[in-house]
Design a protein around this ligand. Structure first.
Ligand code: IMP
Length: 427
């Protein structure tokens, strides 16, 4: 038996989709355990590009069971749109299931997300407007709707009457916005209920059964450690726990069953949305990396902010998640640079910091400490073995391992499945 957790080690968008796709044919089950359709995973398989938001990337392998765990928030409309899209591309989804305990995004959640952001003015977070935060808020407030509620129309109706009164009061009184109509929501969600029915499952026996049979399971993380509600750059974070701990609670797999935690890191750093980013490059070099790396969001199309590899962030990710193995992605994006820099820590008013601070203002104004190294200035895309990489690139990877305290076991040098160097097996 082996249960592997895969987490994003930075601010999301590290290229986890590609890594999950590479591993999915080696496992019997892939489980998504947090986040929602704020996530976006791009997978290129046999020259075809797929963009996944809610559905685990492992869906491309019909023999792999794909589970949307209870830690995920599911927008049924987005789920069905994604389902239609992948069906049109000839992918079957008989191997897909959604936990009846997963919470649902309701029509008022994206509206409240957007209104909440507008109300924050200059302090807005830069959310994806998918209603993710408001859905998790209602989960914690115990007024959320779960996927399983779709199978209980009378209960759903009764609860909606109570909840919608609260929501409409907020919408009309706090935000001066239009209220929602109860019957319209019921009609809409009852239609979803019919289409979702074949996918709704109590995942407990399914997941425990797989563990019991000694099957290999991959827990697919969305977002990244620095967007974690507790460990990230709060409040500039998402509303779930994209960490190894979150993977356990969101799937019902206990920590004692985890065999390995793999962290995916981009060879530089990006983030979308607002909040501190010590190594950010706001100059033409940043623009260049953004263009070469096609750093535009899969979900919202927003231009990502770009910066040097932040070793303080990466080490913090390694330590707080127990990352045993790192995957480094998009190394080829740096191919033409004469020099590359790695941040090893921060200096703030004479104090040295080897990890991100809780104080957002300090984090915003700290000075990153860099080591500068020669670039390799050779194309990496066709290299398939670590030994075939230019010396300067090997040195860059070794320096990252040193600063992070974990081995780099795989390196991605391009978007396709085959553009990958595997130094040691990941699962
Ligand atoms: P929310 O998750 O939509 O509430 O957005 C909160 C923050 O997380 C914003 O800065 C988003 O840009 C960021 N975020 C959410 N999902 C992703 C993702 O999949 N990749 C990168 N950033 C994300």
């Amino acid at each position: 038996m082996s249960v592997t957790i895969l987490v994003g080690g930075q601010w999301g968008d590290e290229g986890k989709g590609k890594v999950i796709d590479l591993l999915a044919d080696r496992v019997e089950m892939v489980v998504r355990s947090q986040g929602g359709n704020n996530a976006g995973h791009t997978v290129v398989a046999d020259g075809n590009e797929f963009k996944f938001h809610l559905i685990p990337s492992g869906i491309l392998y019909p023999q792999t069971t794909c589970v949307i765990g209870h830690g995920v928030v599911v927008d049924p409309k987005a789920f069905l749109t994604e389902l239609d899209h992948i069906h049109e591309r000839g992918v079957t989804t008989d191997n897909l299931m959604v936990s009846d305990r997963a919470h649902m995004v309701m029509p008022y959640h994206p509206v409240l997300d957007k209104l909440g952001e507008t109300q924050r003015g200059d302090d807005r977070l830069g959310t994806t407007w998918r209603g993710i935060g408001p859905t998790y808020e209602d989960k914690v407030r115990r007024i959320g709707f779960r996927v399983g509620d779709l199978q209980k129309p009378r209960f759903l109706e009764k609860k909606l009457r109570f909840v919608l009164r609260l929501k409409n009061e907020s919408l009309t009184r706090l935000f001066d916005a239009e209220p929602f109509d109860e019957q319209a929501i019921l009609d809409e969600y009852m239609q979803y209920a019919e289409r979702l029915e074949p996918y709704i499952r109590d995942i407990y026996p399914v997941v425990q059964g797989a563990i019991g049979r000694g099957e290999r399971i991959l827990l697919e993380g969305a977002q990244g450690v620095m967007l974690d509600l507790d460990l990230g750059t709060y409040p500039y974070v998402t509303s779930s726990s994209p960490t190894a701990g979150g993977a356990c609670t969101g799937s019902g797999i206990p920590p004692s069953r985890i065999s390995k935690t793999v962290g995916v890191f981009k060879a530089y750093t990006t983030r979308v949305g607002y909040g501190p980013f010590p190594t950010e490059l706001t100059d033409s070099l940043g623009d260049y990396i953004r263009e070469v790396g096609a750093e535009f969001g899969t979900t919202t199309g927003r231009a990502r902010r770009v910066g040097w590899f932040d070793g303080a962030v990466a080490r913090y990710s390694v330590n707080t998640n127990g990352i045993d193995s790192m995957v480094l992605t998009k190394v080829d994006v740096l191919d033409t640079l004469a020099t590359v820099k790695i941040c090893t820590g921060y200096s703030w008013r004479g104090e040295e910091w080897d990890h991100p601070m809780a104080n957002i203002s300090h984090m915003k104004h700290c000075e990153p400490q860099y080591v500068e190294m020669p670039g390799w200035q050779e194309p990496l895309r066709e290299r398939r073995r670590f030994e075939d990489l230019p010396r300067a690139c090997q040195d860059y990877v070794a320096a990252l391992e040193d600063v992070c305290g974990a081995p780099v076991d795989a390196i991605s040098v391009g978007p396709d499945r085959e553009h990958t160097i595997v130094r040691r097996p990941l699962v």
